[in-house]
Write a protein of this length. Structure first.
Ligand code: GDP
Ligand code: MN
Length: 378
């Protein structure tokens, strides 16, 4: 789950990381009031779950409260990479000498929290990784000991900080970032840019936190920060139905039980030259309701022109899945060719239920994928 900048910033502040003040607003009038409170030059920043807002025109400086209101009028309602801006952050504008990057991610390869720092701050780190990979300094935190002070200093020296006060501040920020990461069960915490202000002190100018969905149950306070207006509606619906769903760009909708089987299904679809429209796991023991919800979500995507159902009945019963498909077919407006492979618990019963439903049966995964690819081509 992604957090907005203003939410991430508040969390970082709790861990002692220096951030700008100000607050969030949803209307130009509120922006004006906040700008009056802050006094002086302010920055108005679109709050959307994507990076590169600056380039997209979603970040503007304003010298007076009236001007702040004016730029807020331009930013609120703006579309940035497909997301509508509904909130802005208003904060004191900072003048700075330098932009730094500092981030921590969960690195699955090394099974550690890896810190990355770069003197090339302000631009997206993926860009730096492509064009100037040597400018990224990496250090892995020890799972038992955390990010040690010498490692934090190693990052600081690595990006060319020399002033002892700046090195100390940087190290404190990096260690606090580690605490934030672990204690909020994050999968990414990033400050970009971390700036060196004109007075030489460090300040986090933009922060980003992505939380691990699977650990949200441990953080009811963080779970309520979710902004569903920022999520693709299909993903929100899937989550509410208890379905794991990730939209992709292809045209073959996949309904599968089990994450591993879903991955294998996508691989086989690709092997036969097709492109999956989604990753979808209805989970173990899914009943008819869930199957119907899943099919509805799949068919909601206009690009989908064939569906491949691949169910292995263990705890999940094939007859229940078949009932779900029949229920869903009774409700959906749009029909596309559907290939169904059902094996395992109660499969004969499942096939009987589906016999009248005009579906394309398949005995094996390979056959199902081949047929789906063919049908998707029209
Ligand atoms: P992003 O583009 O979505 O990552 O948004 P950021 O918050 O990182 O802002 C992008 C850029 O806007 C920064 O790199 C700065 O150059 C500029 N910016 C943001 N806040 C301020 C500010 O308070 N003062 C100044 N001068 N520039 C700012
Ligand atoms: Mn940024």
């Amino acid at each position: 789950m992604k957090l907005h900048e203003y939410q991430a910033r508040d969390i970082l502040a709790r861990y002692g990381i220096p951030v700008t003040g100000g607050g969030m607003a949803t209307t130009p009038e509120e922006v004006r009031r906040l700008a009056e409170e802050i006094g002086g030059r302010v920055v108005v920043k679109a709050q959307v779950h994507v990076g590169g807002r600056g380039k997209a025109g979603g970040i503007k400086l304003a010298d007076t409260p009236a001007q702040a209101e004016e730029v807020a009028r331009q930013i609120l309602g703006m579309d940035i990479k497909g997301l509508t801006v509904e909130k802005v952050l208003v904060a004191e504008a900072i003048t700075y000498q330098k932009e730094i990057y500092l981030g921590a991610i969960l690195d699955r390869g090394s099974k550690r929290i890896v810190f990355m720092a770069s003197s090339e701050g302000g631009i997206e780190i993926e860009e730096v990784a492509k064009t100037k990979p040597e400018a990224i300094i990496k250090v892995a935190a020890d799972p038992m000991l955390g990010l040690l002070d010498f490692q934090a200093r190693q990052l600081a020296f690595g990006i060319g900080l020399k002033d002892s006060r700046q090195v100390r501040q940087f190290a404190q920020i990096a260690v606090a970032l580690y605490q934030t990461f672990v204690q909020s069960d994050a999968s990414l915490v990033e400050i970009n840019p971390l700036v060196i202000k004109e007075d030489g002190n460090l300040l986090a100018l933009d922060s980003k936190i992505v939380l691990d969905d699977s650990a949200l149950f441990r953080h009811p306070d963080l779970a309520q920060l979710r902004d569903i207006s920022e999520e693709p509606p299909a993903e929100t619906r899937a989550r509410e139905a208890g379905i794991t769903f990730i939209k992709l760009d292809g045209n073959i909708g996949c309904m599968v039980n089990g994450a591993g089987l879903a991955m294998a299904t996508m691989d086989v679809v690709k092997l036969y030259g097709g492109e999956p429209a989604n990753f979808l796991d209805i989970g173990g023991g899914a009943g008819a309701d869930k199957v119907a919800a899943a099919l509805d979500i799949i068919l909601d995507d206009p690009k989908v022109n064939a569906v491949m159902v691949n169910i292995f009945g263990g705890i999940t019963r094939c007859d229940e899945v078949a009932r779900g498909i029949v229920t869903a077919l009774g409700q959906v407006q749009r029909r596309v060719p559907m290939v169904v492979r059902l094996v395992g618990t109660n499969e004969e019963e499942g096939r009987r239920i589906l016999a009248d439903a005009k579906l394309v049966p398949a005995a094996t995964l390979a056959e199902a994928a081949q047929k789906a690819v063919e049908l998707a081509q029209g």
